[in-house]
Design a protein around this ligand. Structure first.
Ligand code: DLZ
Length: 164
């Protein structure tokens, strides 16, 4: 959770493994596109900063966050990837819809992590309002996309090391 104590874009550069041989899939939700495109930009920039080649970053878009699980599963099944990141932004409204979408994605991504040998990274903003989302999409609390990219690199390195 990003707070004044934890900026999403701050990390120790040297603690991140070399990612020049990694292939990473990213599924992005089109709902709240102004936010999710910023998450995507952050994720791609951060992956490339750590060596991932542009041609080894596979980006696919789905209509909303609820579809992220399906999109991530299909990316994993049809491509040779080291990790899949999902990026979305669910903003609380007047109905309980927010809760259903958030718990659907959380459960879906958890299940994918149990089903497959590659990590699925949860880059979903779940906020009360647009300001909180902006604060976490390149605003004062950093960018959730950066955090998701670093996590993808670390977890795919983790999976690779334990396989040997
Ligand atoms: C329907 C809906 C609503 C109300 N809000 C959001 C949201 O804040 N963020 C988001 O990513 N998607 C939202 N959606 C769309 C659902 O995720 C999904 O695309 C539709 O319910 C169709 O399955």
């Amino acid at each position: 959770m990003a707070t004044a104590y934890q900026n999403l874009s701050e990390y120790d550069f040297n603690s991140v493994p070399d990612a020049s041989e990694m292939s990473i899939g990213i599924v992005v939700a089109e709902w709240n596109k102004l936010i999710t495109e910023k998450l995507l930009e952050g994720a791609c920039n951060t992956l490339e900063k750590h060596g991932v080649k542009e041609e080894n970053i596979l980006v696919e878009r789905v209509p909303g966050s609820f579809e992220l699980t399906f999109g991530a599963k299909h990316l994993a099944e049809n491509h040779n990837l080291d990790a899949v990141i999902v990026l979305g932004c669910v903003i609380q409204g007047d109905t309980p819809h927010f809760n259903y979408v958030c718990s659907g994605v959380t459960q879906g991504i958890t299940e994918l992590n149990l089903m497959y040998d590659i990590p699925f990274i949860f880059g979903l903003l779940t906020t009360e309002n647009m300001q909180q989302a902006e604060d976490r999409a390149g605003g004062r609390y950093g960018n959730k996309g950066d955090e998701a990219a670093i996590t993808a690199i670390k977890m795919s390195d983790f999976a690779c090391r334990l396989k040997k």
